[in-house]
Design a protein around this ligand. Structure first.
Ligand code: F6P
Length: 349
């Protein structure tokens, strides 16, 4: 039987290992030898210079051991070189030389673009959405998103306990790149009073007004959940001009941050203290939830079945709770829809 191969690419996401395990299990059932490519497209290009560091045989025993671990056993990388057609042709030739008849790419937007280009070069590819950001519009869920939301919700719950104890508001920043889904879901899951996302224009004064509204109603420990990409949709605010007179260490032209927003809110809301926390990489390296693992399991099996049937140039997703597949190009053209109704419900207007 010809080989099939699998790689993980872009930011790692919880559930990637479970997907690799599922691919391996299914390939094993169907007697299709499986090759793991390390560090995404970089491995294909032989970046490490050592064959054994770029490719690995994925026997069942190995993958069964890693299935429920966070991170990605295959390692991952972002490969900007892959934008170059000549580089992609080299990668395709490598796969032909290794007699690879199909490639499973687990990653996000950029990784799928690479897979689509490899398909054009005659390499059958299937994409599995692996990113905590949930920024792939064609699917209801991406591997790692549920884990990230659960991790951030745990953090916010803990923060709300200490906020309650001290009667002070808190700004919590979560990841998501240009997508506010992690922030919105985390806010809804924890009863946070204010959420700020890249999809909706906002101003510092509006957030201060909302916080003041909470304070007037007797809630002096509200949580403001912000998405890391929210600064792009913030109306201009001169943080230097505002904070400098208070002796804060801020230099002209420096950007707004969660910490600075907390500092501004403290002054605009007349609070003694407003604290801030950036959840950061803990949400990406968390142990995958069962929900993410189940999706990974279904997606991995579907990817191998499709390749076995000679179907390629597809991505796997979830629609109405069911795993499905569709052409990569169409999936990438889908427009992101943001849940404005939930956003309004959290923000209370
Ligand atoms: O795409 C996943 C993600 O974790 C984003 O939420 C975040 O903006 C980015 O990756 C961070 O990337 P890096 O690992 O390169 O710092």
């Amino acid at each position: 039987m010809p080989n099939i191969a699998v790689l993980t690419s872009g930011g790692d996401s919880p559930g990637m290992n479970a997907a690799v395990m599922s691919v391996a299990r299914c390939a094993n059932h169907l007697d299709m030898p499986l090759i793991g490519i390390k560090r995404g497209y970089n491995g294909l290009l032989g970046r490490s210079g050592k064959l054994e560091d770029d490719f690995v045989r994925l026997d069942l025993d190995t993958v069964l051991d890693i299935a429920d671990l966070p991170g990605t056993y295959l390692r991952t990388a972002r490969c900007t070189e892959f934008l170059d057609p000549a580089v992609r042709e080299r990668a395709a030739q490598r796969l032909r030389d290794m007699d690879v008849s199909g490639l499973v790419v687990i990653g996000g937007n950029g990784s799928f673009q690479g897979a689509m280009r490899l398909c054009e070069l005659g390499i059958p590819c299937i994409g599995i959405p692996g990113t905590i950001d949930n920024d792939l519009a064609y699917t209801e869920m991406t591997l790692g998103y549920d884990t990230a939301v659960n991790c951030c919700s745990d953090v916010v719950r803990a923060i709300r306990a200490t906020s309650r104890s001290h009667d002070r508001p808190h700004v919590v920043e979560v990841m998501g790149r240009d997508c506010g889904d992690i922030a919105l879901s985390t806010a809804a899951a924890t009863g946070a009073e204010i959420v700020v996302v890249p999809e909706v224009k906002w101003s510092v004064d509006e957030v201060a007004d909302k916080l003041n509204f909470q304070i007037k109603r007797g809630n002096t420990r509200a949580t403001v959940v912000i998405a890391e990409g929210c600064w792009a949709s913030m109306k201009p605010f001169d943080v230097y001009k505002f904070l400098k007179p208070y002796g804060k260490e801020v230099y002209e032209g420096e950007p707004m941050t969660a910490e600075r927003l907390a500092s501004v809110l403290k002054r605009k809301c007349g609070m003694i203290e407003v604290r801030s926390t950036v959840v950061g990489y803990t949400q990406r390296g968390a142990s995958p939830t069962a929900r993410d693992c189940i999706f990974a399991f279904e997606a991995g099996a579907m990817a191998v079945e499709l390749l076995k049937k000679g179907i390629s140039n597809q991505v796997i997703g979830m629609k109405n709770g069911k795993t499905f597949h569709m052409p990569i190009e169409k999936a990438l053209a889908a427009k992101h829809t943001f849940n404005k109704k939930l956003f309004n419900t959290v923000n209370g207007f």
